[in-house]
Design a protein around this ligand. Structure first.
Ligand code: SF4
Length: 344
């Protein structure tokens, strides 16, 4: 890979970071706990989206001990709307395990033992909160490293690219100040060396950048894109005597355990009740493009329908005044709010 003057690179990066970094709550009065929470929330979520969640979380769960002693229901409720709920569950489990440890886990190997902690998160926690000389390689850092070295090969996914660039990340790591170095790299990727619009003219390390020199920054890194998959889901919105019908996801479900959703319509209404489409919603999850058609019944539910619901596992009626106390995944919360206002 490219040979750059590492000392100069580190110095220019650091000077830029000290002057320009965003003031974020986990950077003022930093702590191990704040670093862990911020790293979990930032997996898959943009800073601006997670900031209000972070401050609310810190108010309710100020440390590992409080989090460990809280119920999963409370934890999920605080995560509602952030998505990827396994992060909340893993963070909760991590806190429970952390408080039982007789000594402070300090190494990457120690942190890899915790649920939800992969190589990236372990390196981030140990370098940022514990000053260990570990290089953090996330999507932002991969982009910078690929551009610095003008690497045009295509990677099958982020993990493959991460493995490829990790040795180079260690090569340019500032071992005397890994905390600040890693944060500076991530900040550079988030604010200057962005995916669609790299601002090379404002970049503190542009003199070391091969992609800029060759005019190919925008096309790098090359990550293989999975083919888009289109899906259609049919759901029900049924209110009966001020109770809304919801389904509760099984506790062993990988993604949405113990969360509530508008129930899937297919089996339930087929051949039983006339139903009418009230709204269609579109959303994307990774490479899936999902159309969710939400139906209501055209007449009041009859006895056989109510009996069928009673016998169905996972279906439950929640009084409209109690809706805010259950945890709905983000889109379902929006749909329920919108439909209850529209149809009331
Ligand atoms: Fe990224 Fe441009 Fe800086 Fe290179 S010069 S690291 S492409 S912002």
């Amino acid at each position: 890979m490219s040979s750059i003057n590492i000392k100069q690179f580190q110095k220019r990066l650091q000077t830029w970071y000290q002057k320009n970094h965003r003031k974020l709550p986990w950077r003022s009065n930093p702590s191990l706990y704040k670093t862990v929470v911020s790293e979990f929330m930032l997996q898959q979520t943009q800073v601006d989206t997670m900031l209000p969640y972070f401050s609310k979380w810190l108010q309710s769960f100020p440390d590992f001990k409080t989090l460990a002693s809280s119920s999963e229901e409370e934890v999920l409720k605080h995560w509602e709307g952030l998505g990827y709920y396994s992060r909340a569950r893993n963070l909760h489990k991590l806190a429970k395990e952390f408080v039982t440890r007789p000594t402070l886990p300090t190494s990457v190997a120690d942190w890899l033992e915790f649920p939800g902690v992969g190589p990236y998160t372990a390196a981030a926690i140990t370098s940022i909160a514990l000053d260990q000389p570990e290089a953090v390689v996330d999507g932002n850092v991969i982009r910078i490293l690929a551009r610095l070295t003008a690497t045009t090969q295509e990677f099958k996914d982020n993990n493959t690219a991460m493995k490829y660039f990790t040795p180079f990340a260690y090569k340019i790591l500032n071992n005397e100040n890994p905390n600040s170095h890693n944060q500076a790299m991530m900040e550079l990727g988030a604010t200057i060396c962005t995916k669609a619009n790299p601002r090379c003219d404002s970049c503190p390390v542009s003199q070391f950048c091969e992609a800029k020199a060759q005019g190919i920054a925008i096309s790098i890194p090359k990550l293989f894109r999975k083919k888009t998959v289109n899906l259609t889901l049919n759901r029900l919105y049924i209110v009966h005597k001020n109770f809304l019908l919801l389904s509760k996801t099984a506790s062993n479900s990988k993604r949405l355990a113990n969360m509530y959703e508008l129930p899937k319509a297919d089996d339930l209404v087929k051949n039983i009740h006339e139903h009418v489409l009230i709204v269609s919603k579109k959303r994307s999850i990774t490479h899936h493009r999902i159309q969710e058609n939400i139906y209501s019944l055209s007449a009041k539910p009859d006895r056989s329908f109510l009996n069928k619901i009673k016998a169905s596992r996972g279906l439950t009626w929640i009084h409209l005044t109690e809706i805010n106390s259950v945890t709905l995944s983000g889109p379902h919360r929006r749909w329920v709010t919108e439909l209850s206002e529209k149809l009331s």
